[in-house]
Design a protein around this ligand. Structure first.
Ligand SMILES: [Zn+2]
Length: 374
């Protein structure tokens, strides 16, 4: 079961409020999906994710396919059972990983042959197999295999990849066997707004459950990212969710929501936590800085997460420089809470018709280091 209800919208590329309804739970949108690439959101248990308000998580078909293998996950009860998460799961098809991680790959209209970045073994994936593998994992939202051109890339290459991605979306749709799991195609088109519009229109005709925007945040300037998103969202059906893949600083989430994006994922809150960086209402905090050695204050004055309620910056710095595992857990806890709370605040602002004011305050707080509450 998969349904999307759009509860509020003020235009084709404007902030929206909605709800994704699946058999495993209802997710209010705009939503952020914590990333659990290998079937775990690093350092946290599913109970901890739930407690901080996560409603849906993302995992990665490519990584699970290579290790431990989709068959192994299926034998152990499917991905939800395997990782003990009973909420909705979206899996990325692995298109991006094949193009960014595999040491060797050869793409044809048939599919993609590549070598594993783990052990050099050779593999072949095509759109049909990628749908079948995600169905075998038992996930709630599946993504079609796509071809993600590099950046910058010659225009003919970008056009060829977009045409192939469109054809692969058709094949994925035909290959689908489980109507319970939603299927999203990926809108590609490089940095060519006209091509992105065409792709979105063609995919719209195919009537998918939702639409992903891919091939962005691959090294281009931010203005270009948003120009591409702004070119795409008005061409997509209003009553289907839009998912912007892998783009996600806090500033990006706010900019994406402003253009009518409903779903986000990004490794930044979890990865940066493990590198000692916290996202706060006042901007970024690098916890190892000596300035925090005797700081009794919380990571973020405006945050009421478990970490901020109980621990000082001085203690977190001590844990981090001592390479204590708790440092990674506490920083991950805060960063994800911050992201999920940011989504809550944006949804509240949209509901109250004050998103523009929220956005101004968000940026003002960062300029003031979080001291002015606005
Ligand atoms: Zn916090």
């Amino acid at each position: 079961m998969f349904e999307f209800s759009l509860n509020k919208s003020s235009g084709p590329a404007a902030p929206r409020l909605g709800e994704i309804v699946t058999a495993r739970g209802v997710v209010p949108t705009p939503a952020f999906m914590p990333v659990g690439t290998y079937g775990t959101v690093k350092t946290l248990t599913p109970e901890e994710l739930r407690a901080m308000g996560a409603g849906i998580i993302l995992s990665n078909m490519y990584h699970l396919y290579l290790r431990p293998g989709v068959e192994a996950v299926a034998q152990l009860g499917g991905l939800h059972r395997f990782m003990h998460w009973d909420g909705p799961i979206l899996t990325d098809s692995g298109g991006f990983q094949v193009f960014s991680l595999a040491p060797f790959r050869k793409v044809s209209d048939a599919g993609v042959t590549f070598r594993s970045h783990l052990d050099g073994s050779s593999h072949f994936l095509d759109p049909e197999k990628v749908v079948a593998l995600q169905e075998a994992l038992g996930v709630d939202l599946m993504i079609c295999l796509d071809e993600c051109p590099g950046y910058p890339a010659p225009e003919d290459e970008v056009r060829r990849a977009a045409a192939r991605t469109l054809e692969w979306a058709r094949r994925s749709r035909a290959a689908r066997k489980n109507p319970e799991a939603a299927l999203f195609p990926v809108v590609q088109g490089g940095m060519l707004p006209e091509l992105r519009r065409e792709q979105a229109q063609a995919l719209r005709e195919l009537n998918f459950d939702g639409y992903a925007l891919g091939g962005l945040s691959v090294g281009e300037d931010k203005e270009l990212t948003w120009e591409m998103v702004a070119a795409t969202t008005p061409e997509l059906p209003q009553d289907k969710p839009r998912y912007l893949m892998g783009v996600g600083t806090p500033e990006d989430l706010v900019a994406g929501v402003a253009l009518g994006v409903d779903m986000f994922d990004c490794v930044l809150p979890t990865r940066n936590a493990r590198n000692g960086m916290a996202f706060t209402n006042g901007g970024r905090v690098v916890i190892k800085n000596a300035a925090y050695a005797l700081d009794p204050g919380p990571l973020d004055d405006a945050c009421d997460c478990y970490t901020c309620r109980n621990y000082s910056r001085g203690y977190l710095r001590h844990l981090y420089v001592s390479r204590e595992i708790l440092a990674f857990r506490l920083l991950t806890f805060h960063n994800l809470y911050y992201y999920l709370d940011l989504m809550v605040k944006m949804r509240q602002a949209i509901a109250a018709d004050r998103f523009a004011a929220f956005r101004r305050e968000f940026h003002q707080n960062r300029l003031n280091g979080g001291k002015a509450s606005g």
